[in-house]
Design a protein around this ligand. Sequence first.
Ligand code: FES
Length: 64
Amino acid sequence: MSGKDEIVCTCNDVSRAVIEKAIKEKGLKTIEEVGDHTDAGTMCGGCVDEIYLILEKINGSVEL
Ligand code: FES
């Protein structure tokens, strides 16, 4: 799967589109903030690398 509807976080069923929208609309900067707003990355942690890449793509860098 790829594209906007791709589920990035399978634990919480959070899609790429939801994560990208939250980052853009709320100005999220960290993986933790993405978890707070979307629940992505808050269970097994297996999707954290992907969330990092999405943050990096949108913001140009990632605050840790
Ligand atoms: S896949 Fe996102 S927390 Fe498990």
